[in-house]
Design a protein around this ligand. Structure first.
Ligand code: SF4
Length: 381
């Protein structure tokens, strides 16, 4: 397992041995040298027969792209949490009848193309359908990685126009794909246009670049974000094996640029479905100014059921975190309801009994350690 002090350059696989440090730390070089085919993984890790078959049969369903940086974090052989998230698997081809291509009905709630308006005060603006790494558990496979669905500048402008004409929208999430696949100039333009809208309280940026391409978070990008501060950045670390010096530097740049940084972990079977892994992830993130914000139950998206865990797993993890790490390290465990129902938060049940007494109802709670305590409630007015 890596930590925040080791550079991915030091862990680079034999395929990239001749690469210089300046190439490695250039996000353009990383982007141009992404691994896209089974052959590209020669000298990186040994693919299994199943993984090779998944490349052959599934690449047109959901593309493969892995930055050399992210590939460097992979174990050279055998299973590992990075590999599971980035290398295709034959299970992706098993489509089940209850799965949905658009599980959150984002397309149904589009008043203009490329903008989802589902909650009264919030809107999602899709500015790019590209990502440095195509995560195999992506919930937006229906359009992410598909060049024919990429947002044009005219579409983004129409989305911004809708936001400016809809005063009940107070919070906009710039999403995709990954918005940091855009150039600094284009991002600057979009952020500037949004900042002109007086009724917006919150501008959020959803990006996995601090994990998959941390080199993208340059000093220039940080200066740009500072000009539009405060920007709420939500990133997506799923496992402590994703920690390295480059991601620590990226988080530091974001934090010192005045960004409020949070993490949205997706609960994934065989990757992070153990309390001790989530604890270690959250402690590492907190040390670097990134607040664990959500644990997201994996959606009912097509071809990702092999990643899903029972709801009970998330509740067990929450039960373990509560009391063992300060509240700032305890995210909300949420299910995004299919069909656009929105997010609901799930909590372990801490009430074990209720009984009446002469003073009012006595509620018996259990704490994180299983000890029980009585609390006398007051009667409702
Ligand atoms: S970075 Fe986000 S949008 Fe892109 S493939 Fe991964 S989960 Fe999907």
């Amino acid at each position: 397992m890596t930590d925040f002090s080791t550079s991915s350059f030091e862990m680079r696989p034999p395929r990239f041995e001749a690469v210089s440090i300046s190439q490695w730390q250039s996000w353009h070089w990383q982007h141009q040298n992404r691994l896209r085919s089974a052959a590209d993984f020669d000298g990186v890790c040994q693919l299994s027969d199943g993984e090779r078959a998944a490349f052959d049969k599934g690449a047109d369903r959901f593309r493969v792209a892995v930055t050399p940086h992210y590939a460097a974090l992979m174990a050279r052989s055998g299973d590992c949490p990075i590999r599971r998230q980035a290398v295709p698997h034959l299970d992706e081809l098993k489509i089940q009848s209850f799965e949905r291509s658009d599980p959150l009905a984002e397309e149904e709630h589009m008043p203009v193309p490329g903008l989802t308006h589902r909650y009264p005060d919030r809107a999602l603006l899709y500015v790019s359908h590209h990502c440095p790494v195509y995560c195999r558990h992506c919930t937006r496979k229906r359009k992410v990685s598909n060049p024919t669905t990429a947002a044009s500048m005219a579409q983004v402008e129409a989305g911004i126009g809708y936001i400016s004409e809809t005063p009940e929208i107070r919070d906009v999430i710039i999403s995709g794909g990954d918005p940091l696949t855009l150039s600094d100039a284009r991002l600057d333009h979009i952020l500037g246009r949004l900042r002109e809208i007086a009724h917006l309280d919150v501008i959020r940026l959803g990006t996995r670049n601090p994990v998959t391409l941390p080199q993208r978070v340059t000093d220039e990008l940080a200066a740009l974000l500072r000009r539009h501060a405060p920007i709420y950045v939500n990133t997506h670390f799923n496992h402590p094996a994703e920690f390295c010096r480059e991601s620590a530097d990226a988080l530091k740049r974001l934090v010192t640029a005045g960004c409020v940084v949070g993490n949205q972990m997706v609960l994934l079977k065989g990757i992070n479905d153990e309390a001790k892994i989530v604890m270690s992830l959250n402690r590492g993130l907190l040390r670097h100014g990134c607040r664990p914000y959500y644990i997201l139950q994996c959606d009912m998206a097509q071809g990702i059921t092999h990643f899903r865990t029972p709801l009970a797993t998330g509740l067990e993890i929450m039960d373990h975190l509560r009391g063992r790490i300060g509240g700032v390290g305890v995210p909300d465990f949420v299910v995004d309801l299919p069909g656009g129902g929105g997010k609901v938060e799930l909590l372990p049940d801490y009430i074990v009994d209720r009984r009446s007494s002469e003073h009012g109802e006595v509620v018996r709670f259990r704490n994180f350690d299983g000890e029980e305590f009585d609390f006398v409630d007051v009667a409702p007015p």
